[in-house]
Write a protein that binds this ligand. Structure first.
Ligand code: NI
Length: 153
């Protein structure tokens, strides 16, 4: 929590190229929204609403299997487990068309972290992320869904 409480107030004039609209919501929902702003350090309500709208649009993109999306899948695994790294490599070669970068970090003597950047249709990006996460011995796998940024202003 910040010491200077956010009021969620907007600048007097909207920036050029932006539009201002009024939204009516229940007072309790507005109070919850102001707490959300403060917790996440948003300077005003507009910035938070813009991000919420962008998140909704990204979700829409991912809901359409044929839509072009961007994502990262992060895996944590013990490389000592037999055939684990071979399986991960096999899956990655099978999906070479959607894997655009991979970073491997040796976390300690046993554990590795791999962050794999994916770009392609939502169904194919999801498929590779799920297959990698499901490989036996992967301790944790998480897909972060985002987009190219196009159309999100
Ligand atoms: Ni490693």
């Amino acid at each position: 929590m910040s010491s200077a409480r956010s009021t969620g107030r907007e600048p007097e004039e909207p920036a050029p190229g932006t539009t201002r609209f009024t939204v009516s919501i229940p007072e309790s929902l507005h109070r919850a929204f102001l707490s959300y702003l403060e917790e996440r350090r948003y300077p005003n309500r507009s910035e938070a609403v813009r991000d919420l709208i962008r998140n909704a649009l990204i979700e829409e993109q991912w809901a359409d299997d044929t839509s072009e999306v961007v994502g990262t899948v992060t895996l944590v695994y013990d490389h000592h487990i037999r055939e684990l790294t071979d399986r991960l490599t096999r899956v990655q070669h099978e999906f070479h068309d959607v894997i655009i970068a991979t970073t491997h970090v040796h976390l300690d003597h046993s554990n590795c972290l791999e962050a794999i950047v994916l770009r392609g249709t939502a169904n194919r990006v999801r498929a590779v992320a799920y297959q990698l996460t499901a490989v036996r011995g992967v301790k944790h796998g998480k897909l972060v869904c985002t987009g190219s940024g196009a159309g999100l202003a």
